[in-house]
Design a protein around this ligand. Structure first.
Ligand code: DAH
Length: 345
């Protein structure tokens, strides 16, 4: 090192002190070790003083001291602000305060009810089957005894897939019956939950998509009594021990005979209220004995096998159960609405 540059060294270090970025405990400690520690750079520089010409020794010493002073000032002032920041955080922190609760999600009411329905049928040996929402005409209509010109096709306003008149958004989960029966040899005892679509104007009572649970039991000698017994069991499990069912004759192309099922209103116990429109009964599902033509369409011998089927709307049961007056609430995902439903299901 030349004498000139040695004499200039303190100025370089002073710049370094001034430019050093000290913004946290770690950088402060690095700074301290370099300029103020037991082996700091200034000590090294002082030990070089013997190499400085006599007439410059005094000024050299002053320069080194100036660096030391600047380093001490910078160190102390940042240390202070760091400590007061820590003290402030500690001061503002109430360690005895209870922690913030994590916002837990809640299950959607439609899922709660759907799972309830599934659990009830699982207990009597039904298993769950699911299938596609985009269906072909055969599985949604024709195989279910609704050929092309059948007026019953108009019972369900259908969404067609553009340019593919044979492809529809399924209008009911009955299509899954066909999917399973085509590929399974009886006995078949299944429950089929899923989303369905109808070309309906959206209102408080109707939506263009909703959920159904379909049921199917096909075996030798399945009778209407089995159907009635099964639905009686379901209604008591779902709506309470005292619930009674009433079957009214109805029409569905895929069942013969067909029925609609009412249960005694579980809100007024049959006395009459708003939910049951003062009748004491609420309708919950459609059902019937699987039409022999449907079995035949799936390659199952209707002479040997018989079966029953039923289908229910999950939104409808959810609305009845929780007295929800507008179906749109069930698909709007408003957390103020959804957070009201807590259940173990
Ligand atoms: N698929 C019918 C609908 O969407 C519901 C239904 C009625 C299903 C009777 C069935 C049944 O399996 O037997 O309205």
């Amino acid at each position: 090192m030349s004498e000139m540059s040695l004499f200039e060294q303190p100025l370089h270090l002073l710049n370094e002190v001034q430019d050093a970025v000290v913004n946290d405990a770690e950088s402060l400690e690095k700074f301290r070790i370099r300029f103020l520690g037991t082996k700091n750079v200034l000590k090294d520089l002082f030990s070089e003083i013997k190499n400085v010409p006599n007439e410059q020794k005094k000024e050299f010493g002053q320069r080194v001291n100036a660096v030391k002073q600047a380093a001490e000032e910078k160190y102390n002032s940042f240390k202070e602000s760091l400590e007061s920041a820590v003290v402030k955080v500690a001061h503002d922190l109430d360690l005895s305060a209870p922690g913030d609760m994590m916002a837990l999600g809640s299950r959607h009411p439609v899922s709660i009810v759907k799972n309830q329905i599934i659990e009830i049928f699982k207990k009597i040996g039904f298993s769950v089957e699911e299938d596609r929402e985009i269906e072909d005409d055969w599985h949604n209509f024709s195989a279910l005894n609704m050929p092309d010109d059948h007026p019953a096709r108009d019972m369900q306003d259908t969404f067609f897939v553009q340019q593919h008149p044979d492809v529809v958004l399924r209008t009911h989960t009955s299509s899954v019956q066909i999917r399973v029966l085509e590929n399974t040899k009886p006995p078949v005892r299944i429950i089929m939950p899923g989303r369905v679509y109808r070309n309906e104007t959206i209102s408080a009572r109707a939506h263009c998509f909703f959920h159904q649970v379909e049921g199917l039991y096909v075996d030798e000698k399945v009778s209407f009594a089995d159907l009635k017994q099964t639905l009686d069991y379901f209604s008591r499990e779902m709506f309470g021990e005292g619930t009674k069912i009433k079957m009214r004759p109805s029409y569905f192309p895929f069942t013969e005979p067909s029925a609609e099922v009412d249960v005694t209103c579980f809100l007024c116990n049959g006395a009459g209220c708003n939910v049951c429109k003062q009748t004491g009964w609420v309708e919950i599902l459609g059902c019937g004995m699987v039409d022999p033509a449907v079995l035949q369409n799936c390659g199952i011998d209707p002479e040997k096998y018989s079966g029953f089927a039923f289908g229910m709307g999950v939104e409808r049961i959810t609305m009845l159960k929780y007295q929800i007056k507008d179906i749109r609430l069930l698909s709007e995902n408003d957390s103020r609405f959804l957070s009201q439903f807590r259940a173990a299901w």
